[in-house]
Write a protein that binds this ligand. Sequence first.
Ligand code: SF4
Length: 760
Amino acid sequence: MDMTESARPDGPQIRPPKKTTVGLPGIAHSVRYALEEMGPRRSLQTLLTMNHVKGFDCPSCAWPDPDPEHRRAAEFCENGAKAVAWEATRKRVDAAFFAVHSVAELRAQEDHWLEHHGRLTEPMHLAPGATHYKPISWDDAIALVADRLRGLDDPNRAVFYTSGRASNEAAFVYQLLARRLGTNNLPDCSNMCHESSGAALTETIGIGKGVVTLADIEDHAELIVIVGQNPGTNHPRMLTALEKAKRRGARVVAVNPLPEAAFGRFRNPQTPRGLLGPGTVLADSYLPVRVNGDLAFFAGVNKALLAREDAAPGTVLDRDFIEKYCDGFDAAADAWRVLEWPAIETMSGLSRTQIEDFAAHVVAAGSVIVCWAMGLTQHRNAVATIREIVNFLLLRGNVGRPGAGPSPIRGHSNVQGDRTMGIWEKMPDTFLDALREEFGFDPPREHGGDTVEAIRAMRKGKVDVFFALGGNFVAATPDTEATEAAMAHCALTVHVATKLNRSHLCHGAEALLLPCLGRTERDVQGGREQFVTVEDSMSMVHASRGTLLPGSDKLRSEIAIVTGLGHALFGDDVGWREMGSDYRVIRKHIEHVVPGFHAFEQRVSQPGGFMLPRGPHDSRTFKTATGKARFTVNPPSAVEVPPGHLLLQTVRSHDQFNTTVYGLDDRYRGIKGGRRVVFVNPDDLRERGLGDGDIVDVVGIAPDGERRAKAFRAVEYPTPRGCAAAYFPEANVLVPLDSVAEISNTPTSKSIVIRLERAG
Ligand code: SF4
């Protein structure tokens, strides 16, 4: 048998899940981790400037910062500290490292091992047929990429992928480069996370992002619903915001198949009360919805609200709001009236009583916010689910007033800003027209491919050059084996990166690694210190300035790499040189091209930055097809799971940020020293003749055949019957490339039909 970590005698140790978050253990872990990677001086230099006006933006999640006057000295969480330590580590992966380790050897290592070795220091080249990466000069590396791009038969044979770390300025010049070349092939990590949110919100309220502010959560909302989101691990400073809301009397309800520690007690490390006292219980109630049961749940809630209104007209729904600002109400109401409760209960896994009780709390609350994350977006019916959440909010006028609205919580620090800057394969003509006006060339109008489409194209040999601005493509994407094989079909793969990861080892015929500056590092161009900007989950745009000296004198900024490539390809046709040496020039272009960025330089230089306009929030303006907020009909549905099978969702551990694995523990869920675990309801295990601690293969079932993730340790866990969970990227191998959400094309990483087989 494969001796993976799960099968080893020292494989993961399991303890009961925690019911408390942060407190002294959170501080201890942050400090230990920072000191190990950075030492005391660098730790102070980074952690005390992170998320501060004159410092840099946390490279981890996109949670917003408080107003400058309310920021504390330590304005970060445990995961923010880990992200910074990971980037600002003193360890180096240099030419000597690559001389010792062949690509094949490196590929056999686990992801954590690869990234753990430190920062890349100079450009590296893997020649066709070579076994080892070797150093290459920047000039030669840029010339090589330019040469291959110039030689394409068709610009659509190039793909330009972006991770959510790229700054606004880097993203803007990057999309400019792709479009100047003649392609809209600009897939990004958003395709795999909040694409479903963007699709549903654009259709129903006319903007593809959330429309609440931090103050709405902290100061105004009376009910905050957290659905399919685990803030304790993925957006930890949200716990502070929830605590503030709780202390002024707001109600918090968690809807999730896993009873995450974040819904229990929060011991705020910033306050003596949090450290010395018992902490604050954040969730007033927890609803253990089935995996993929959220659409049925919200449909049930809407049905219950409508029934209350029918029983006492004019007391439940906000009729004035619906009449003035919305359309489609009658059709949606007719659909809710005929829904059958038994079907809702079966699909959601929640009883009618639980759903009606929740509806009663909604009616008692003057203002409601719904927050969500990947637990909702990575299902076949994800767009319908989010549309149903919009229905839920519209029913009581919970959009466009204090303390109310939809709030998709973004995972990577500038994933939202990158989309605003034009990183999208389907940017509207208004954006492309503005680009033409500004730069004097005609951008391509044919839509490009998203992430899944890019992999399919690679698989068919239709991609010659794959260029990634950050990220770990093969670890973030579904169907790991298919994606890795697809990469091998490219003639050239290029990765702009800070650290070595698996994607650099699943290469095309030829490959380049181009090491870039991190967020923590000073960026001097044209003899002048530069700053970049980012947009958080709540549409605040602000500056980010690194404070450390670069980890190597051969690192270049992402902007310098992209504008250097632009210059090599096109000469100075759109001013690549000037943009690369003075980021104010890029911001001036952004001001002219992207709506909402007037007086960009001046406004972003103010402490805290500025908020982008959002019509639904600011003035109840809805730029939809009808100019109104739209009720939609979303018949409840749920994945059909054959007898003997389970529905598995992929999740992150607490020692992980997206594809970056900082360590092998998941403290809050009680896992220590391993990641190949599958969380299953104890009765489901017993029914299969299995028990806690058994080693099983997780077998994914799909129309195109079975996929197998070997040797996972079964862990009894309080998730609803029929549900299971395992960490990604280890479980990505089970997600079929062709299993995607309707409309958004997001891989269905949260609804994988599996069976468990005792490992032989
Ligand atoms: S909440 Fe997110 S942005 Fe804030 S410090 Fe933590 S990881 Fe960074």
